[in-house]
Design a protein around this ligand. Structure first.
Ligand SMILES: Cc1ncc(COP(=O)(O)O)c(C=O)c1O
Length: 397
């Protein structure tokens, strides 16, 4: 006798994770409209670098391409030494030890996974800037915690967080994406004091730190959370940095984190178990890129010129740039009173230009758009010319 065939059980998986929709898909109709422009589209929506990866990094990657063994989760001593040296030379953070730094697979990995890796869980709050890169919110949700946007430019006592609330992480992002705001040492010190009094960790995402456009930051440098003027010790503090933007290494996934040795050790433990290892050739490229300032200076000049061209042309079209946007890879623009972010995106699409609606970055982005500096000089010049046309003036009036 053969057993009666059983009806298959309802599959348990996949169970939906409580993640927001990936917002970029909503741009498709605007991209299509922009692509109809007779002189072609200018894509200033996604901040993906378009200039060549510097030769110094490519050569180092190629020279390290024979890599039969597994890399270690903490990274080779040479890569940690390069991070330590760079943090002192470029960020004024002296005396980091090998136990306080590790390379990571890009920095988005850390933004999304640090809450989980540090043991954040249900009942915890993860605070992040109001106008923010969406992944801070995503990382909190992946850990089962509650993301809460706060105004990191303001005194933390005005954030409206109850004393009884269990704040696990305060994310800072300086210079900010999308708003280009920079946090000074006094403001970071204030936030660190507030967080420490509650047992919370402060993590600063500093991936645009080499892109300062206004004084005092352009000549003094943008301060790191680990700057000794913020706090004499690094307990409860982590800073992230990425080579994606300064060195056009987004395709290599080359970044690192630095700070409190106990936090770095906890993160490393999870990364070991999960096999989150930075490939050895990428580690070699990281060492080479961190050791070379010339290509960073050259890339900064390229972005400075693009920023000036786009800022002036946007102003000529009647758009208003956030006056506190003084660094980073984006212009943060608003239009005439009452024009929504998507209406602005639609007007840009008529000009054959794609920009990102401020709504992607939280409620604080309403009525704004983010314009990236990442298209070629030729495309940026085309966008600037279109923004100076009578059509643009009419669209943004
Ligand atoms: C604020 C911010 N953090 C992190 C990242 C991630 O960069 P990557 O993973 O390339 O290091 C980005 C990328 O645009 C970003 O804007």
């Amino acid at each position: 006798m053969t057993a009666a065939p059983q009806s298959p059980a309802r599959p348990l998986l996949p169970r939906p994770l409580a993640l927001p929709d990936f917002p970029w898909d909503t741009l498709s109709p605007y991209r299509e409209r922009a692509a109809e422009h007779p002189d072609g589209v200018v894509d200033l929506a996604v901040g993906t670098p378009v200039d060549d990866t510097p030769q110094v990094a490519r050569d180092a990657l190629a020279a390290a391409s024979n890599a039969p063994g597994y890399p270690t989760a903490v990274g080779a001593p040479a890569v940690r030494a390069a991070i330590i040296e760079w943090m002192e030379r470029r960020r004024g953070v002296a005396g980091l030890t090998q136990a306080e730094v590790i390379p990571t697979i890009g920095s988005k990995e850390s933004v999304a996974l640090l809450p989980l890796q540090l043991g954040v869980g249900p009942g915890d709050l993860v605070l992040h800037p109001r106008a923010a890169y969406p992944t801070y919110d995503v990382g909190a949700r992946l850990a089962g915690a509650r993301p809460v946007p706060v105004d990191t430019d303001a005194d933390p006592r005005t954030w409206g967080i109850e004393d009884s609330a269990q704040v696990a992480i305060v994310w800072l992002n300086s210079p900010g994406n999308p708003d280009g705001h920079v946090l000074g040492v006094e403001q970071m010190a204030r936030i660190v004091d507030w967080a420490r009094a509650r047992g919370a960790v402060v993590i600063a995402d500093e991936c645009y730190a080499e892109l300062a456009w206004a004084e005092p930051w352009a000549s003094q440098g943008i301060p790191s959370l680990l700057d000794p003027r913020v706090s004499a010790d690094r307990s409860g503090l982590l800073a992230l940095y990425s080579l994606s933007k300064q060195s056009n290494l987004a395709g290599y996934r080359a970044a690192f984190l630095a700070g409190d040795a106990a936090l770095v050790a906890a993160v490393t433990e999870v990364r070991k178990h999960a096999g989150l290892l930075v490939p050895a050739p990428v580690q070699a490229a990281l060492v080479a890129a961190l050791g070379d300032e010339a290509h960073v200076e050259a890339q900064r000049s390229v972005y400075r010129a693009r920023r000036q061209a786009l800022a002036e042309a946007s102003a000529a079209a009647g758009l208003v740039a956030d006056p506190a946007s003084v660094a980073g890879l984006y212009l943060w623009l608003s239009g005439p009173e009452g024009m929504s972010a998507y209406e602005l995106v639609g007007a840009f699409a008529e000009l054959g230009i794609v920009v990102a609606p401020g709504d992607f970055y939280g409620e604080a982005g309403a009525g704004r758009v983010r314009m990236s500096l990442t298209d070629t000089d030729e495309r940026v010049a085309a966008a600037a010319a279109r923004l100076r046309s009578p059509q643009a003036a009419a669209l943004f009036s």
